[in-house]
Design a protein around this ligand. Structure first.
Ligand code: C2E
Ligand code: CA
Length: 314
């Protein structure tokens, strides 16, 4: 089964260039603008797009130095057991602070890292940092940490496998404490190497969760073919709870289906008690969101766990 998409950039003679080189270059800039707009679309070049291309170039140049200059760091967002309120895991989220650009959100710099190939190095760093930070806290000995992987990292399967093994070895984290969030776009192209890698990760004992479920193709055969442990309901659905009847039906169906495959369900983006209550009624086990906690700096993780334990016994 193949899903093919396309992003198209167009440039018209003579407004967008009077030479073939210039026309092609501007069509290329328009194609990147089309990708920015969410892919599977087309864009016609206009001069304001130059600013976008320059911005992306500037980001890439700064990002090249980010690791060496210690500008990257990770935050930990608690994942709680919805029925008890106990924090059982953390999702790590990458952050970038640059002196000139300020705080650059991941939605902005991760695509640049992917496009430039920097994602391999940055992803490896994030994995190691997440494992080492968690294993550094005695209070986290029984907790899990999840790390987002970019689909691009799967284009170098042996490097990725080495990164995971290396991170586990250095941190001495138990494999079952590490959860890897992958989006289904990895599974779409169905490469033999990807399938092998996913199975190898499973054999090591690392947990695998299918991220952003419901936003893409959500092909059911992925759940059957790949050894996932958990499925994450995207926050765009949680946000519509409980007022949108169609979303309610969809969430119920996703949870029932996940359970049929013996997967744990994690709902993202829980902001209200009402949303948490509904998810609990629908038998969703775990959740994360601003209702429980915003992503935390590593130095606040232990305080969070202490407060969490105190609130449970109160
Ligand atoms: P994601 O994996 O879906 O991550 C969850 C996002 O939801 C995070 O945004 C988090 O801050 C936000 N969030 C959590 N709770 C709530 C809530 O209650 N309400 C709302 N409105 N938002 C909430 P963030 O940190 O900006 O990350 C955005 C995306 O960037 C992530 O989406 C993930 O796809 C990507 N990303 C972040 N860190 C990494 C990383 O280390 N590696 C890779 N490859 N991607 C990453
Ligand atoms: Ca995630």
């Amino acid at each position: 089964e193949f899903f093919v998409g396309g992003s198209i950039g167009m440039a018209a003679f003579p407004e967008a260039g009077e030479t073939p080189d210039r026309l092609l270059k501007n069509a290329d800039i328009a194609m990147y603008a089309a990708k920015e707009r969410g892919r599977n679309t087309c864009a016609i070049y206009d001069p304001t797009m130059d600013a976008l291309a320059v911005e992306s170039f500037r980001l890439e140049r700064s990002l090249r130095h980010a690791l060496a200059r210690d500008e990257l760091y990770i935050e930990f967002q608690p994942i709680v057991d919805l029925s008890s309120g106990r924090t059982v895991a953390f999702e790590t989220l990458l952050r970038w602070h640059n002196a000139e650009l300020g705080e650059v959100p991941p939605d902005k710099f991760i695509p640049v890292a992917e496009e430039s190939g920097l994602i391999h190095e940055i992803g490896e760093w994030a994995l190691r940092e997440a494992c080492q930070t968690l294993s550094g806290y005695d209070e986290c000995a029984h907790l899990r940490v999840s790390v987002n992987l970019s689909p691009k990292q799967f284009s170098r399967p042996s490097q990725l496998l080495d990164s995971v093994l290396g991170a586990l070895k250095i941190s001495r984290l138990m494999p079952e404490q590490l959860e890897i969030d992958i989006t289904e776009s990895i599974l779409i192209d169905d490469r033999v190497e990807t399938v092998q890698l996913i199975n190898q990760l499973d054999r090591i004992g690392v947990r695998l969760s299918l991220d952003d479920f419901g936003t893409g193709y959500s092909a059911l055969n992925y759940l059957q073919r790949f050894p996932f442990d958990a499925l994450k309901i995207d926050r765009s659905f949680t946000r519509q709870l409980p007022d949108c009847p169609k979303t309610v039906s969809l969430i119920k169906a996703i949870i029932a289906m996940a359970h049929a495959f013996e997967l744990e369900v994690i709902a993202e983006g829980i902001e209200t008690r009402q949303q948490a209550g509904f998810l609990l009624i629908y038998h969703c086990e775990l959740g994360q969101g601003f209702l429980y906690s915003r992503p935390l700096l590593p130095e606040h993780v232990v305080d969070h766990l202490r407060d969490n334990a105190a609130a449970l016994t109160a």
